[in-house]
Design a protein around this ligand. Structure first.
Ligand code: PLP
Length: 464
């Protein structure tokens, strides 16, 4: 056994490695800087192992092998397509909503050509980027005025900063939510410079709780959609109308963070009526002064934060400097405008999120049956058609359960967790569900053309 210093000295230097024949194609592919960084990481790893393990020695072959692995992984895009076979339509970690074809077309065109983003073609002078969506959003929600910013977290921050900085905002303790990805209402409130005045208890807040909280420092009553949880049982909270009335009696603003952003009644897209999801229009009809929502949750568009409501408040938001820091880029605006146009035309099935939520159970069942038929011939595994519990979205949107269909596949010896891991490691990674010791392919969230990729993927994993 050589001593540690000896073993460390056997590691070749960077210059020698960079001169190796096998590395030359990677220098072309990745550029010298990235190759050096990857090699450096590999070298540090070897040094670490020599320092920690008395027997570990440098081996040129295994070094080369692990470098090639790391280099080829560095040469592939990091952000890439995956197949969502989880049945969760608005998957928080998989990019939320898919964007409608027409919106994608509009986004591509806007990305690669000049546009009238901030140019008024009629007047021949500077225009407003918000003008491209404002009228549509007002038409669809019944609002007097509207504004789109980077996302809903930004919309809430902007609204609180511009309208309530240095004053108090009254919120029910039952609504002090944390949304996945570290969005917490108390934190956003603090950042905005408004002070949070909590009222009520976790399960019950009454109108008189709000009323007692109002004082000369109060500027706003705020309602927040409890997107990813439900408090059940002995609960109460005042109606929107009552809150709005109370706010207006005291000349306060009534604001609602609606979270997901339904532009149509839930029934229209087949949501069960007991879900408590109400449309942006209904919030405004209940006299909310300002409503904020996400563009890429149930609305099914690109990532934006929508703000709709009274013109006098929206005008203040538009002028507030933070609005400039939170503005949407042109590609997003193009996609959002195109998505809103689909709503205006009532073309809900052209919006992928709505189409997947609305999917007909019988159609999903026959899709699962044909998929199972193919798989049972191709795989050395037990294949069954199963009923599934799908969802509109987890974490950051309403946790509404949807009944769906899928195919379960059981490996002779390997556990479901291990199979899931193998499927995540494929060139086009596949994410699927699991129960007992089988994986479950939920068909609701499969896109056109993905079954073929999926079948090949399963063959690779199960017949290896
Ligand atoms: C999702 C959500 C947010 C954050 O919206 P983003 O668009 O992700 O910034 C804020 N409030 C509620 C109630 C939400 O559900």
């Amino acid at each position: 056994m050589s001593d540690m210093r000896q073993r460390l000295s056997e590691i070749p230097g960077m210059d020698i490695i960079l001169g190796c024949e096998w590395l030359q194609k990677w220098l072309d592919e990745l550029g010298r800087m990235r190759v050096k960084r990857v090699i450096n990481n590999e070298l540090s790893e070897i040094r670490r192992r020599i320092l920690n393990d008395e027997d570990y020695e440098f081996s040129a072959d295994s070094f080369r092998e692990s470098c090639v692995k790391a280099l080829s992984s560095a040469s592939r895009p990091s952000l890439k397509r995956v197949i969502n076979a989880t049945g969760v339509v608005i998957h928080t970690n998989l990019g939320r909503s898919l964007i409608a074809d027409e919106a994608v077309k509009s986004m591509t065109e806007t990305a690669s050509s000049y546009s009238n983003l901030e140019y008024d073609l009629k007047a021949g002078s500077r225009g407003q980027r918000n003008s491209h969506i404002e009228d549509l959003l007002c038409t669809l929600t019944g609002a007097e005025a509207s504004l789109a910013v980077n996302n809903n977290a930004g919309a809430v921050l902007l609204t609180l900063s511009a309208l309530s900085k240095g004053t108090e905002v009254v919120v029910s303790r039952g609504e002090l939510v944390e949304i996945g990805g570290s969005f917490r209402i108390p934190d956003i409130m603090e950042l905005s410079g408004a002070s949070l005045h909590e009222v009520g208890t976790t399960n019950r807040t009454h109108l008189f709780d709000y009323e007692k909280a109002v004082n000369e420092k109060t500027s706003m009553l705020m309602k927040i959609h409890p997107s990813n949880f439900r408090i059940e049982g002995f609960t109460t909270s005042p109606e929107r109308k009552e809150l709005a009335h109370l706010a207006h009696e005291h000349e306060l603003i009534f604001m609602e963070d609606a979270g997901s952003g339904l532009l149509v009644d839930g029934g229209v897209i087949g949501l069960p009526s007991n879900t408590g999801e109400i449309s942006i229009r209904s919030c405004l009809e209940a006299s909310a002064d300002i409503v904020t929502f996400s563009g890429d949750k149930i609305l099914g568009g690109p990532q934006i934060g929508g703000i709709v409501g009274k013109k006098k408040y929206i005008d203040l938001l538009k002028k507030y400097p933070l609005a400039r820091a939170l503005r949407c880029d042109k590609v997003t605006l193009a996609g959002f405008e195109a998505t809103l146009r689909l709503y205006a035309q009532g073309r809900y099935d052209d919006i992928p999120t709505l189409r997947m939520i609305r999917r007909d159970p019988d159609a999903m069942k026959s899709q699962a049956e044909s998929l199972a038929e193919v798989l049972s011939h191709k795989l050395r595994a037990e294949v069954r058609v199963v009923e599934t519990e799908d969802a509109t979205g987890g974490g950051s949107c309403p946790e509404i359960k949807l009944r769906g269909w899928g195919v379960s596949v059981k490996h002779e010896t390997l556990g479901a967790g291990y199979i899931q891991k193998l499927m995540r490691g494929l060139d086009v990674p596949v994410l699927c569900g699991a129960r007992d010791n089988e994986i479950v392919i939920h068909v609701r969230t499969l896109q056109n053309g993905e079954e073929e990729i999926l079948i090949n993927a399963l063959e690779g994993v199960f017949n290896a």
